[in-house]
Design a protein around this ligand. Structure first.
Ligand code: SF4
Length: 425
């Protein structure tokens, strides 16, 4: 479905637009069939993104889960909006049984569709049940303090992650997010003073535009002063997956600053209307601030994981070689072939190109980005496909299930896929 059609979707839209959409949020409110829960982990990009609880009581006004028809009701609606997806042990079992998951290698992101501040004990239980050495990035916008230190501090796999968003000085902080950057910095200082090394703290700064970039420059300076060694920075994103964004608020609060390219999103992506857009002048100011503060700044999380955490990453992204990650490695095409066959594919050929290894798949086989990034990371190279999709279609979930790429899929998924396809006509 084209973006143009998506963006006309009415509020209360119950359509499911692809397989990832179903795994991400389950069936939307008002679904005419049996409700289906989201999957514990719903996508594999540089990390496996998952949650034990879906939803977030914080309610940032730019949160992109507000623009997705099966998550909008879980954001900023207080505790009643929180939906338990599974028990922590079930999330562990999901990874153990999913054939795409690489034990002791793949990083995990917990609280990808939620916030860690609302599930401290659940995350501790996940860490206790998870027996492998994979790093676990815990997304947590709320303020860090003794509870988080006690719950996860002893586990070197746990990485404390937070996003800090200063609003432009002329608008209320609450018009962007109710979480105050000053108190977030106090929380980070608390962790550092209590033995959490800066290597276990991953800060994302942003989103930024011309209105809040000076506040961003100050933030980066503060991070450097307190001993933070690296951070990522972000531009603004807007999506629409069945829910129309509140453009009026986004403009009046300065999130849309009038100078952004609101069509800057990767091609073929159904969800993003504008993705991580940063004006070059804004980016330049942030990078200069990083240099002055001694904070290594990354725009791209793949590079962050590779350089700061030593994690093997795929050199391919969106079916292209991502050059900033460096030269891809030469690998054995026989081993590549065998690995793909173990995932249920039947490659016709694999040949080396300037961009990496190009795999030719027979119809109807398609490699999704979940698969492409797993294969790229497994071989630490760039692997491209003649037939590729950024996200699994609804029908692709049958392939996922048959080959247990993600497993087990939520109860009732097959029925929901059948109904979603018939509703789509
Ligand atoms: S803290 Fe994160 S998940 Fe929660 S509302 Fe803000 S952006 Fe969304």
């Amino acid at each position: 479905m084209s973006f143009a059609r998506l963006s006309t979707a009415a509020p209360g839209d119950v359509r499911l637009l692809n397989g990832e959409h179903l795994l991400l949020g389950g069936t939307p409110p008002g679904w005419p069939g049996r409700p289906v829960r989201p999957a514990p982990f719903y996508k594999r990009r540089y990390t496996w993104d998952g949650d034990i609880i879906l939803g977030c009581a914080i309610g940032c006004r730019f949160c992109y889960y507000l623009w997705i028809n099966n998550t909008a009701h879980t954001i900023g609606t207080g505790k009643k909006g929180l939906v338990r997806i599974c028990e922590p042990e079930e999330a562990v079992a999901f990874l153990e049984q999913s054939r795409l998951f690489l034990r002791n290698i793949d990083p995990l992101t917990l609280c990808a569709r939620s916030d860690g501040s609302m599930q401290i004990e659940e995350i501790a239980a996940f860490l206790k049940a998870f027996p492998h050495r994979n790093l676990v990035f815990i997304l947590h916008r709320g303020y860090f303090g003794p509870r988080q230190l006690e719950a996860w501090g002893h586990d070197p796999r746990a990485i404390y992650c937070t996003t800090i968003t200063p609003a432009p000085p002329e608008v209320n902080q609450e018009d962007w997010t109710p979480i105050h950057p000053g108190r977030q910095l106090e929380g980070l200082r608390f962790l550092l003073q209590n033995g959490i090394p800066p290597e276990r703290i991953s800060v994302m700064c942003g989103p930024f535009n011309s209105r809040n970039v000076e506040a961003g420059v100050l933030l980066i300076k503060r991070l450097g002063e307190m001993g933070i060694k690296f951070a990522t920075y972000r531009g603004c994103s807007i999506g629409s997956f069945g829910v129309e964004p509140d453009r009026e608020h986004l403009s009046s609060s300065g999130f849309l600053d009038g100078s952004q390219d609101e069509r800057a999103a990767p091609e073929g992506h159904e969800y993003y209307r504008m993705k991580n857009f940063l004006h070059p002048d804004v980016e330049e100011k942030l990078l200069r601030a990083g240099e002055q503060a001694g904070v290594r700044l990354y725009r791209n999380t793949g590079l962050l994981y590779q350089k700061e955490f030593g994690i093997p990453v795929a050199f391919n992204r969106n079916n292209r070689w991502r050059r900033e990650l460096g030269q891809w490695e030469r690998v054995s095409t026989e081993e590549l072939d065998q690995f793909l066959r173990s995932l249920g594919y039947h490659p016709i050929s694999i040949r080396e190109t300037e961009e990496g290894y190009l795999v030719e798949l027979p119809e109807p086989e398609v490699a999704t980005e979940d698969v492409a990034m797993t294969v790229g990371a497994r071989f630490r190279t760039s692997v491209l496909f003649n037939r590729h999709r950024i996200a699994p279609s609804l029908a692709d979930l049958h392939f996922y299930a048959a080959n247990r790429l993600f497993w087990p899929l939520p109860d009732g998924w097959e029925e929901a896929v059948g109904l979603a396809l018939s509703l789509a006509g």
